[in-house]
Design a protein around this ligand. Sequence first.
Ligand SMILES: [Zn+2]
Length: 124
Amino acid sequence: MRTLADNALSPKSARIYYLHRHMPTDSLSAIEGCWAACLRNCGGGISHEHLVSECLFKDQLIFVQGLPWCIDKPKPVRIETLTGKILCKDHNAALSHLDATAGRGFDAIRSAVELNEQRGKFPA
Ligand SMILES: [Zn+2]
């Protein structure tokens, strides 16, 4: 039985949908190792993709836990070093606009939270 959660868009499937809508699909090229290769419009060879979008975190030092090298204890990692060869250059470039837009959305949320915190310091 499928649940509502099964039908929800995962971040990966949302990105596949974005790429499908914003890139031509006539090259019929699929690069091994590109997670968007199912779209068959890869190009430029495999590239280093950030595993976590840099724009999501104000502080560029994050703590990671649960991966083979940090299974038991959180380890500090500079966010720009968390990359993997998981996406071709064309798909990586096509997603940069989406990442920038997501970053602006998170900036707006951060600003709203900071404003709410500042307002909470004043008497009602
Ligand atoms: Zn690709």
